[in-house]
Ligand binder design. Structure first.
Ligand code: SF4
Length: 71
């Protein structure tokens, strides 16, 4: 899949809507996160989702997990 780089406008819109709609998308809200060590029970490398304050990789790409299941 081709990485998508968010524009500053898209970033600001996402941050506003994340608050407005209480959007959950990070490992900390996912049933697959192991509470003991915060790793993913499905074996995915979840550092980016755990450490990201927002929704972007450091390179500016969207970061979401398609296996996310809300608690
Ligand atoms: S399934 Fe995805 S969102 Fe859930 S803990 Fe694993 S990496 Fe995180």
């Amino acid at each position: 899949m081709k990485p998508y780089y968010a524009s500053p406008t898209e970033v600001q819109r996402f941050k506003a809507q994340r608050i407005e709609f209480s959007f959950r998308y990070q490992c900390s809200d996912c049933v697959h996160q192991r509470l003991s060590d915060r790793t993913c029970s499905l074996g995915y490398p979840n550092r980016a989702l755990l450490e990201a304050d927002g929704f972007l990789e450091t390179e500016g790409q969207f970061v979401f997990c398609k296996y996310f299941e809300v608690l």
